[in-house]
Design a protein. Structure first.
Length: 331
């Protein structure tokens, strides 16, 4: 059980976050989006996927803030996937209703998150360093200022990129490689290929079966028909994993595909495989009626993925900064 305190300004009360809070939290995010301009839209069902799974104990890992009328005016979560490489990663997310900002609620929630993140580190992996991380859109300067005041470091920048699915490049082939749609009998192969492809990437980890299901192919938004695998013989050597978010489609009136994970295993690099599999994914999405495609890339990606995506017509639509508090090993 968490002992991290949540000290709120007068007139507000806090309690553990529950699954029943998802509709109110989704409404809060919708009210905040015109101001925050994240380009993201989350339904109650989307939030429940994040909050209610075997990686999260919501009573300990989430907090709700209520006003005097009992209305949800802010919330926060502190979630730590079980696997990691260089540092134990704890992800801090949340929001305050725009009508209740500048009253100290955001700082109180952040203080709670940092304390809870430190608890998780001490409880689960005190032998390793930890990194408590908030990702802040550059369209949210007040959040960036809050994080700086709290002493979090700006460590990485991520580009949210987009392109319309018109005038696509011609299909490409790679000798000895077959491009095909995802099928469930290859899910475990895909997990292993992803783990191999991301060994050098910042913040990546060896995804176990539980994490893979919760965070990747077990998502409601996962689209096997738009996911493309590159096979060398019967081995997965490259992939583009696709998602379509119903809440984004409902908010924008456009169905767009999002490429959450793109990779090529190290032994297959240098053959043009990444470009071939991405083009195939774009053409597959266009044929299925998608109007656009999006993805996110680390500005300092070790494989120069940013240049690759720009060469394929993607352009940066928004930028997100990853802000962290680093904790050394406790023993």
């Amino acid at each position: 059980m968490s002992s991290a305190p949540l000290t709120l300004p007068d007139g507000f009360t806090g309690r553990p976050l529950t699954a029943d809070d998802a509709p109110a939290a989704a409404a809060l995010l919708a009210a905040a989006e015109p101001l925050d301009d994240t380009g993201e839209h989350h339904s109650a069902a989307d939030l429940l996927e994040f909050w209610v799974n075997e990686l999260v104990h919501l009573a300990d890992d989430g907090r709700a803030v209520l006003d005097a009328d009992g209305t949800l005016v802010g919330y926060a979560t502190t979630i730590a996937p079980p696997t990691f490489r260089d540092a134990y990663g704890v992800h801090l997310e949340g929001r305050v209703h725009p009508d209740r900002r500048r009253r100290g609620i955001g700082r109180a929630l952040l203080d709670w998150q940092l304390a809870r993140g430190a608890e998780l580190h001490a409880e689960r992996h005190p032998e390793a360093p930890a990194r408590l991380t908030v990702t802040a859109h550059t369209t949210m300067p007040s959040l960036e200022a809050l994080l700086r005041t709290a002493g979090l470091e700006q460590l990485r920048w991520y580009h949210h990129m987009h392109r319309d699915l018109a005038e696509l490049p011609p299909a490409r082939t790679v000798e000895g490689v077959r491009l095909t749609s995802f099928t469930w009998d290859r899910d475990e192969q895909l997990r292993h290929a992803h783990n191999a492809a991301f060994t050098e990437h910042y913040g990546s980890s060896e995804r176990d079966v539980a994490s893979w299901q919760v965070m990747f192919t077990g998502q409601r938004s996962f689209r096997p028909d738009l996911t493309v695998l590159a096979l060398d013989g019967e081995e997965v050597v490259g992939y583009v994993i696709a998602y379509v978010y119903e809440s984004d489609t409902a908010a924008t009136g456009r169905e767009e595909v999002y490429y959450g994970q793109i990779g090529v295993v190290p032994v297959a690099r240098g053959r043009g495989l990444a470009k071939a599999v991405i083009i195939e994914a774009l053409r597959t999405a266009a044929a299925a009626g998608c109007a656009g495609a999006g993805l996110e890339v680390d500005n300092d990606n070790v494989t120069d993925a940013l240049g690759l995506y720009e060469s394929l017509g993607f352009a940066t639509a928004r930028t997100v900064v990853s802000c962290s508090r680093r904790i050394p090993p406790l023993r």
